[in-house]
Design a protein around this ligand. Structure first.
Ligand code: MRU
Length: 339
């Protein structure tokens, strides 16, 4: 499959600058394209916690660079690892990247060797995304419409994206004719970030309210829902942005296929099923206000889980850089990812 990467892979939101980490501040997009410079592991932890950098692969990569900053500054590495690990609970890429750095530290790596390891984590993510893009696009019939959720693009990864990488590859190869992106309340990753990426790339796309998804599926305009993942359990159950589960249910009801695209760093064979995945609860204030303006009556309370789990039986294909698993289950996961 021939993919025009010069056109479709131009955004780099996580940039290592030798002695600091430069991040495109995702809290401000699309209004402002502002960069923040993290100069120590505490600033990287804060950026992950506050969603200045977000998306499962991107927070793993940022955390790896946080460890490099700690090593360069002679800060106790165990403390830096623990602080970064506690930044967010659901995306396993964070723990995966830190475990990888920890094993290099245990093997005696110095700051320069840790810098090479963080760079490898970042480079491998980009390569995985490009490969997954081709594999995922290969499942889609020419001229299809697709619906995506949250932001899984270059902003959420080293580049190109996971689900958005599949979409970019599919558009480039003529398989995808129209993209729909759900707003992704409450933080609006779809409206603010995915639409920003799609418009920059000139990809035909329309924003929908999250609540319009079932109606869209019923219209026949989409053949696939394509989403990323924050953690894929050993039986194929998948945690992703809140709202993904209801999309999978609606997709099955309407005969729309459901694809999860994620690098193998998102697979957690130590977690047996979705029930064991910790779901991050964030500040109710994120729900009670829109763009900083309070929209709900004072005194109201809110419940704000920011991920949900889609059971494996609702997933038609899990696409990773290692290959495609159709109709995922424990056996198929075990065969591809071992234990
Ligand atoms: O809370 P976020 O914005 O970090 O959540 C991100 C998602 O849920 C993405 O869909 C997931 O990380 C896959 S990103 C390639």
């Amino acid at each position: 499959m021939s993919i025009d990467y010069d056109r479709y892979d131009r955004i780099r939101a996580v940039q290592w600058r030798g002695d600091h980490l430069r991040l495109l501040d995702q809290r401000l997009l699309p209004r402002e394209e502002q960069w923040i410079d993290c100069r120590d592991a505490a600033q990287v932890t804060q950026a992950i916690r506050d969603l200045a950098v977000r998306g499962a692969p991107a927070i793993g990569i940022a955390a790896a660079w946080g460890v490099v900053l700690a090593a360069q500054q002679g800060v106790p590495l165990d403390a830096a690892l623990a602080m970064l690990r506690a930044a967010r609970p659901t995306a396993v890429n964070l723990m995966w990247a830190l475990d990888r750095m920890k094993s290099r530290i245990a093997a005696g790596a110095d700051a320069a060797a840790l810098e090479r390891e963080a760079q490898a984590i970042q480079d491998e993510d980009l390569a995985a995304n490009r490969h997954m893009g081709e594999l995922g696009a290969g499942l889609i019939a020419a001229g299809s419409g697709v619906l995506t959720h949250c932001n899984t693009g270059s902003l959420a990864t080293a580049g190109f994206g996971t689900a958005l990488g599949v979409i970019r590859a599919g558009v480039s190869a003529g398989r995808i004719a129209q993209v729909y992106a759900g707003e992704t309340r409450p933080w609006q990753q779809g409206a603010r970030l995915t639409m920003w990426e799609l418009v920059r790339d000139g990809i035909p796309a329309q924003l929908i309210a999250d609540s319009a998804a079932a109606h869209l599926m019923r219209s026949g305009a989409v053949q696939w829902v394509i989403v990323g993942a924050d953690r894929i359990a050993a039986n194929g159950d998948t945690a992703n942005k809140i709202g993904t589960y209801q999309l999978a249910i609606a997709a099955r009801h309407h005969g729309v296929k459901f694809m999860v695209a994620a690098p193998s760093s998102t697979v957690d064979m130590a977690t047996p099923s979705g029930e064991a995945i910790e779901i991050e609860l964030r500040d109710p204030a994120e729900l009670l206000a829109v763009a900083g303006q309070r929209t709900v009556v004072e005194g109201a309370q809110a419940w704000n889980p920011v991920f949900d789990v889609t059971p494996a039986e609702l997933i038609d294909a899990i696409v990773t850089e290692r290959g495609v698993i159709e109709h995922p289950n424990e056996l198929a996961m075990q065969a591809m990812f071992g234990s």
